[in-house]
Every structure is written in C-alpha cells, then in structure tokens.
Design a protein around this ligand. Structure first.
Ligand code: LCS
Length: 408
C-alpha cells in the first residue's frame, strides 16, 4: 500500500489546533470560561508579564485564552495547509471579522496609505473611508481586476503600507489575481492583506499565492452554522511581532471570547465537508439562474460567463464556493419580489451558514458604502446576493423557481 505523507485537508480540519489532553483527558476541547488565571506565586506572575521563561502560560483572557488559542492554531493550520513552513505562521482570533480587519489594518498600515479594492464588504469600506483617516491612515480605492490601475495607484502613493483586497469580493464576486497583486505589492515594498471569507482556505490559499496577511470573518463559513460572530488574522509570526499585532489586539480589546471560539472550532472540523456541498450546490444554482429567462446576469466564478473565470479556475481548488450574485431582467423591483417570496431560502444578511440566505446588498450590507464607490465597484440596485446552503440543490432551485414564478 502506498503510504501518504501529506494528510488531506479533511483530516487536518478535524484534528486542527489540538494539543495535549487536559488533566481530565477530555476528548473535545474544554471551554476555558475564565477571565483570569491563577499564578503559583508572585515571581511566576511577574515573569509572565515580562514574557520570561518560567512565567505563567496565561494571564488574563483579553491577552490570551487556551480555547481561543486552539481556534487560532486550527485556522492557521488550514490557511497554511501544504506550505513548506507552516510553523512560521501564527494567528489571532477576534470577537468579529470587523475587529480582525480594523485591528489588522491599524497594526499593519500605521500612519500610512492603503490601496484597497473598490468592491469590499460594506463595513470594511466604511472603516477605510470614514474612520481610518482620523487614525492616520488614508485609502484609495481601485478596481483590482485591472493590474495597471493597481500599479498606477502604488506609484502615485509611495507611502502605501498595505494593499487590501477580498479574494472573492463581497458582493460583486470579483476574483482577485492574488499572485500578480502580491508581486506588485512586493515590488513597491508594501504588504498584501487578503480577506478570504468568501473563498475559505478550502478554495483559495492566499499565502501560497504570495499574500502576507489573511483575515476572515469566521462568522461565515468557518463557524458555518450561523451561531457566532468572530474573526481571525493569520500572518508570519515575524510580521505579527514586528507590527505589534498582539499589542494592538490587547489594547483595542477585540479578542474572541472562549465560548465563541469553541463554537467556531466546531465549525472548523466540518469546513471541507460543508464547502464541498456549498460549492456543488453553488454551481447547480448558478447554472439554473443563468438559464432562467427572467435572469439578466449571474456572477459566479464557476460559470464561463464570469469575467475572471479562467483566473478563478487557476487559483481556486475544489470548486468555486457557495456565493452567487445576480441581476434580474426586471431590476430592483423584480429582486425585491423574489426576496419577499422565497420560502426555503431565508431573507437575511450574513452568509456561509448551512442554510441558504438571500439579501439585497444595495439596501442592506452595502447601504453604508459611499454612492460613487458603489457605482465604481458595480454594486447596482438590482444586484441580489445568495449564499447557497447545504440543503438539497433541487429544493433550493424549486424555491427560487416558485418565487421567480410569482413576479410579473
Ligand atoms: N469580511 C467579509 C467579506 C464579510 O462579508 C464580512 C461580513 C466581514 C468581513 C465582517 O465580519 P463580521 O464582523 O460581521 O464577522 N459580512 C456580512 C454580510 O455580507 N452580511 O452580513 C455581514
């Protein structure tokens, strides 16, 4: 029998993050639901504060917590799956995706400029445009599907410290050429931060393509069950240290709580299994929508009609994910009618849960985005976004069919 040397990503996900047994031999991860940790004596406590050997391993749960650390190791292992030196990387978990993103940007782009993708999750876009300037960080937004524009923007802003993009953009489904953009970033001496929420490491591994920092809203596919808000940032330990990311997290205070970390860890174990089904259903639903006479356009990286289909096929593994954006021929009115008439699908924001969620970016998740930026990024009033769940694909399609039937 051939002996495999590299475990599958399914096996890594099930066992990721595990350390030695606790003192009771607990099989699953205990929830260390505690604010603080006991020191054996003053010396042990003082050494912990000085980060010296012999100090207590844990001090206070805003600085670190064993359950949270297990989640950090788990996501780190998945993002580093297949890399030559995964041990060089580390991760920090946060109480939300936005905490990971804002803390990460503040730590990595201190007092400098960010060149950001024009299509981004609404709150990320708002943070960069409206809050970050007061904190000493300026941003220019650019269409990252045009590498020439990215390069021009980098040349125009030599003080750029960070390039920021979403591997698959929310909600336009634009796929980023991470490899090419990483090369541009490196040539201009800036870091590349990638929000990998839509793709997850099951489909895209930004580190393999040259990214420096990966962030996630773990609220979505990684948690997977719609039970928890969370985020994570992964990068080389050296960069985490240099940027003082741990100090930023400690003092901004955005660490994840142990219960939330534990819920998210449960999601990690089945991430590949769920993503396989999300992607299978995503393709079926996208093909159905594309063939429907009332649908004007479908944005799904797996379809030949997607502007970056060839790029998606070269960087995505195991399929194309479960997110779809589309426009109906009847525009906004028809989209509203569809969303009001679905029965199996749920009208709600968020995504990446086991059940199918449908929402209207222009009036919901992206309502706060600057109007000009929305126009530039292609976030139109008629765009509908669907997060395809793991129900039977035929049931999701039947629900969309009856809802599309109703409108006229
Ligand atoms: N990054 C992406 C790509 C997201 O889609 C979201 C949230 C975040 C970051 C922020 O994560 P959070 O703080 O919520 O954990 N996206 C949402 C959405 O599309 N609908 O509701 C939330």
């Amino acid at each position: 029998m051939k002996i495999k040397t590299k475990p599958t990503i399914e096996s890594v996900a099930v066992h990721a993050g595990k350390r030695n047994k606790d003192q009771f031999g607990s099989h699953t991860t205990p929830i260390y639901q505690t604010s603080t940790f006991v020191f054996d004596d003053v010396e042990v406590g003082a050494k912990a504060f000085r980060h010296e050997e012999g100090g207590a391993s844990h001090v206070y749960s805003r600085l670190g917590n064993p359950t949270v650390e297990e989640l950090e190791r788990a996501v780190c292992e998945l993002e580093c799956y297949g890399l030559d030196r995964p041990e060089d990387y580390g991760a920090y978990a946060f109480g939300s995706g936005m905490a990971a993103i804002s803390t990460g940007i503040l730590a990595m782009a201190k007092g400098g400029h960010v060149v950001a993708q024009d299509a981004l999750y609404g709150c990320t876009s708002q943070f960069l445009k409206e809050e970050a300037p007061a904190l000493g960080i300026s941003t220019s937004f650019v269409d990252m599907s045009d590498l020439f524009l990215v390069e021009m923007e980098l040349k125009k802003n030599p003080e750029t410290k960070l390039v920021y993009l979403e591997s698959i953009a929310n909600p336009t489904m634009t796929v980023a050429d991470i490899r090419a953009i990483a090369q541009l970033a490196e040539a201009h001496g800036t870091l590349l931060m990638v929000d990998n929420t839509f793709a997850t490491p099951f489909h895209i591994q930004p580190f393999e393509l040259g990214a420096d920092i990966v962030v996630h809203s773990t609220t979505k596919y990684i948690g997977g069950h719609g039970t928890v808000i969370g985020g994570v940032m992964v990068a080389k330990k050296e960069l985490l240290e240099e940027s003082e990311a741990a100090i930023f997290r400690k003092n901004l205070g955005g660490i994840a709580g142990p219960m939330d970390a534990w819920l998210t860890l449960n999601g990690v174990k089945t991430l590949p299994l769920r993503m396989k089904k999300h992607a299978e259903n995503g393709m079926k639903v996208a093909q159905y929508l594309e063939s429907h006479p009332k649908v004007d356009h479908v944005f799904y990286p797996g379809l030949g009609s997607h502007p970056q289909h060839a790029l998606a096929s070269s960087i995505m593994k195991n399929g194309y994910g479960g997110m779809i954006a589309f426009e109906l021929i009847g525009g906004y009115e028809s989209g509203v009618s569809l969303m009001n008439n679905v029965k199996l699908c749920t009208l709600a924001v968020s995504l990446g849960a086991v059940d199918t969620l449908i929402q209207h970016p222009a009036s919901m998740t992206h309502s706060i985005v600057d109007e000009d930026l929305k126009k530039q990024a292609g976030i139109t009033d008629g765009l509908v976004r669907i997060s395809v769940g793991i129900e039977g694909a035929e049931d999701i399609i039947a629900d969309l069919e009856q809802a599309l039937e109703i409108q006229n």
